[in-house]
Design a protein. Structure first.
Length: 365
C-alpha cells in the first residue's frame, strides 16, 4: 500500500502548545465581569474613540504603511526619534518579527521560568531551542539567566514587569544583565505594563536602548490605553534592528483605525494618569483584602495580581469554577507553572469588591 502523502509542518511546530487567551463567558451568570485578560476597566480615551469614528469615513483607503502619525505621537510623548520606532499588530507581532529575524534552527532563546508564554511559542516556531531560566521568589533572576547563556544563545526575553506574576526587577539589574551578555545576543525588554509601574528604581528600557546596539524595547496599546481590540504595539530599537524588522514586516501591518486611535490615545495623558491611579488604588486594596482572607498574593506592579489558593479542597480549579458561576472570570495559570493560582485583572470597583466577597464565600464553603 502506498504511503499517504500530505504537507507536513517544519520540525518543532507540533511541539508548540497553542496560546489560549483568557476566557470571557460565564454561562448562567446574571452579570459577567471579565478579569482574565488584563484589560483596563476605564476603556479607551474619548479622543481615541473620536479618531476611530473619523477613520470610518475612509475605509476604502489603505493605511499609511509607515504609520508615520502614530510613530510621531509616540516619539513626541516619550522624547524619541521616530526613525527608531516600528509599529506592529500588537507587541506580539513585533516579538514574532524579532524572533524570525534573529533566531533560526539550533539557536537558543532564553526567558525566565514564569515568563510570557508567547516567547516559547515564537522560539519554537522558527526551529530554535527555548531555554527557561529559574526565577527566585517569582522574580526574574539575572544570575540564572546569565548562567543559561551558551555559544548558541542569540536572544534573551525579559518581561519587566512580568506576566503573570506582576513582579519586576530594578533597572540596575537589567543593566547588569545586559552587561553580562555577549554583544551578538539581542536583549528584548518587553515593557507591556510599564505605564502602571510607580517605583523609583524602575525604567522601561528607553535609556538602555539609546546607548546600546543589542537592546530592543517593546510596548503595547492593549493595556492602559484600552485599545486591545485594535491590536497596536510599538518597538524602540537601534537603527540596524529597525532596518531588519522593516524588511520583513507586512507592508500594512497597522490599520488606519489603529494609527489614528493610537496617536490620539498616546497624547491623552490625562486618561492614562486616571487609569494608572485607579489601578494603584484597587491593586493595593485587593492585595490587602485577599491577604486578610488568608490568600497569598504575589506583590505586583502591573494591572493584575496573582492569587495563590491554599490547596486541599480549595484549589484554583475549584475557586475558578465557583467564581465563574457567580460571573467573575479570572485566569488559570497552570501553563505558567502555577497550578494552584489564579491571575486577576484589576477591574471596576464593583468587580473588585465582588471577587473578594465571592472568594470569602468560597473559602467558607
Amino acid at each position: 500500500m502506498n504511503e499517504i502523502k500530505r504537507p507536513l509542518p517544519r520540525p518543532g511546530i507540533m511541539d508548540i502548545a497553542a496560546y489560549v487567551p483568557g476566557g470571557g463567558h460565564a454561562p448562567g451568570a446574571a452579570k459577567v465581569h471579565k478579569l482574565s485578560a488584563n484589560e483596563t476597566p476605564l476603556g479607551a480615551s474619548p479622543a481615541a474613540m473620536e479618531a476611530l469614528r473619523e477613520v470610518g469615513n475612509h475605509l476604502e483607503l489603505y493605511p499609511d504603511g509607515q504609520a508615520v502619525a502614530l510613530r510621531q505621537a509616540i516619539a513626541e510623548v516619550h522624547g524619541l526619534n521616530p526613525a527608531n520606532i516600528v509599529c506592529g499588530n500588537g507587541s506580539d507581532d513585533l516579538l514574532a518579527l524579532l524572533t524570525r529575524a534573529y533566531l533560526g534552527p539550533g539557536d537558543e532563546g532564553i526567558f525566565s521560568e514564569h515568563g510570557f508564554l508567547v516567547y516559547r511559542i515564537q522560539i519554537l516556531s522558527v526551529g530554535a531551542v527555548p531555554v527557561s531560566a529559574p526565577e527566585k521568589d517569582e522574580r526574574a533572576d539575572v544570575d540564572a539567566i546569565l548562567a543559561a547563556v551558551t555559544s548558541k544563545t542569540r536572544m534573551v526575553f525579559l518581561a519587566n514587569p512580568n506576566n503573570p506574576t506582576g513582579t519586576y526587577i530594578p533597572f540596575e539589574e537589567v543593566r547588569r544583565l545586559h552587561a553580562g551578555l555577549p554583544a551578538n545576543v539581542l536583549l528584548v525588554l518587553d515593557a507591556a505594563y510599564a505605564e502602571y509601574v510607580r517605583r523609583n528604581d524602575y525604567e522601561a528600557g528607553i535609556e538602555l536602548v539609546s546607548s546600546a546596539r543589542n537592546v530592543v524595547m517593546t510596548r503595547t496599546f492593549s493595556k492602559i490605553y484600552g485599545l486591545a481590540g485594535l491590536r497596536i504595539g510599538w518597538m524602540y530599537a537601534p537603527s540596524e534592528v529597525v532596518d531588519v524588522v522593516n524588511r520583513i514586516r507586512d507592508p500594512f501591518n497597522v490599520s488606519a483605525a489603529a494609527i489614528a486611535a493610537g496617536a490620539a490615545a498616546m497624547r491623552d495623558r490625562a486618561h492614562v494618569a486616571q487609569a494608572a491611579e485607579h489601578n494603584e488604588v484597587w491593586r493595593d486594596w485587593l492585595t490587602k483584602e485577599l491577604a486578610a482572607l488568608g490568600l497569598r498574593v504575589t506583590p505586583s506592579v502591573g494591572n493584575f495580581i496573582l492569587v495563590h489558593l491554599p490547596g486541599g479542597k480549595r484549589t484554583a480549579e475549584a475557586a475558578d469554577a465557583f467564581l465563574v458561576k457567580h460571573g467573575f472570570i479570572l485566569r488559570r495559570v497552570s501553563a505558567y507553572g502555577f497550578p494552584n493560582a489564579l491571575r486577576m485583572s484589576i477591574g471596576s470597583e464593583e468587580a473588585n469588591r465582588g471577587v473578594v466577597s465571592a472568594l470569602a464565600e468560597f473559602l467558607r464553603s
